[in-house]
Design a protein around this ligand. Structure first.
Ligand code: ARG
Length: 368
């Protein structure tokens, strides 16, 4: 099937869709509350809208044990003929990625795998820009920060890291949508300050479509760009006017059933035609340092506090070595690799770790 010549979307029929567990805040309180008939109608309405807007729809067979498999957006990330197979954070969804990998390789896509221990939830967190040769990448709830570097290398593409800080907006595609003419529609309340600056540094003011909380909670950013059309669940008159001014036609499709599971239009499709824009090569802005902690790390939870500090700063860690002191007088030694989205955050985080010295630990920072 690859190469493709028209926007093509992989969808999975909602035959077995329901809310059976709660892995995001939207699902809480909705267990068993979906209506099969209504979900089926809404899903067909979305497939119909895609075709009306010039798209083609391909389907993958649903698996009766995977109620979230309708959300095909999450199963892989694609650039050109390359696809990275996802690894889901939650065990409940992991098998979806295996089904998708088989489907994609059967259609001629080359597959890349993630190293063990990292998570990546496909285009839920990796969204290709339509004009800039880069992929916007989210982390904070599902996709691991380190997976951004792997994605840049596997796809040979620039990855621009954004931190998600609002649990309702647990995937990037529920709070940001790159649109076909180069606009980026986003909800600022979902990001930290550094990420908002990163968006502003790449997208000129005329191309920013800032969405308010009311629209964001209606999944307006979870939109499917298809030609001049932007297909979404619902948009306020204000947002519709803004999109029209920017040259887009808004197509609303009621997807309330899928919102009970925390997903909407964009979550229900995996775009298969993702042309590589040139020039493109692997580029990732993550920075790393080695940090050696030495002291009474087990007393006063020094190590736990150090690791906690790293993650609350928005960085991640890999404990490369740990030698616990065996008796109360013995000291412990830990060697961490600290991964940060930027040089500045790396410096702030290692400095904050240095302040732990007060807690009877000696901290040495080295570069990777
Ligand atoms: N219940 C699914 C989950 O929490 C919804 C996924 C929505 N997909 C998306 N691309 N945002 O994983």
């Amino acid at each position: 099937m690859y190469p493709l010549h028209q926007p093509t979307f992989l969808m999975c029929p909602p035959t077995h869709f329901s809310v059976q567990y709660a892995i995001n805040p939207w699902m809480k309180g909705n267990l068993g509350r979906t209506d099969k008939q209504l979900a089926t109608e809404q899903w067909h309405a979305l497939a119909h809208a895609l075709k009306e807007c010039g798209g083609a729809v391909e389907t993958i067979d649903p698996d009766p044990t995977l109620p979230d498999m309708v959300f095909t957006a999450n199963v892989a990330a694609i650039v050109g003929e390359l696809a990275i197979q996802s690894h889901f954070t939650h065990a409940e969804r992991r098998v979806e990625a295996t089904h998708a990998a088989r489907w994609l390789s059967g259609r001629g896509f080359k597959l890349a795998q993630l190293p063990e221990g990292l998570d990546l939830e496909g285009t839920g967190d990796l969204l290709r820009d339509f004009k800039l040769p880069l992929t916007w990448a989210g982390y904070g709830y599902r996709t691991s920060l380190e997976a951004h570097r792997i994605a840049a290398e596997a796809l040979q593409y620039e990855i621009l890291t954004l931190r998600l800080v609002n649990p309702r907006f647990y995937h990037l595609d529920v709070c940001l949508a790159p649109l076909t003419h180069g606009h980026v529609m986003y909800y600022p309340g979902a990001f930290d300050a550094a990420s908002l600056e990163a968006i502003e540094s790449r997208v000129k003011p005329s191309h920013r479509i800032v969405v308010g909380e009311d629209d964001a909670l209606n999944f307006a950013c979870n939109a499917i760009p298809c030609g001049d059309a932007v297909i979404l669940h619902r948009a306020s008159d204000r947002l519709k006017a803004h999109l029209a001014e920017a040259g887009y036609r808004v197509v609303e499709v009621d997807l309330s059933q899928f919102m009970l599971a925390g997903g909407s239009a964009r979550c229900l499709v995996l775009p298969l035609l993702e042309p590589r824009l040139t020039p493109s090569s692997a580029k990732c802005h993550l920075k790393e340092a080695h940090v050696r902690l030495e002291g009474h790390l087990l007393d006063f939870s020094v190590l736990a506090r150090a690791l906690d500090l790293v993650t609350t700063q928005g960085c991640s860690f890999d404990v490369e070595e740990f030698k616990p002191g065996r008796r109360s007088r013995d000291i412990s030694v830990a060697r961490l690799r600290v991964i940060a989205p930027s040089e500045q955050l790396l410096a702030e985080t290692t400095a904050a770790l240095g302040a732990l010295a007060e807690l009877q630990a000696r901290v040495e920072v080295g570069s990777v």
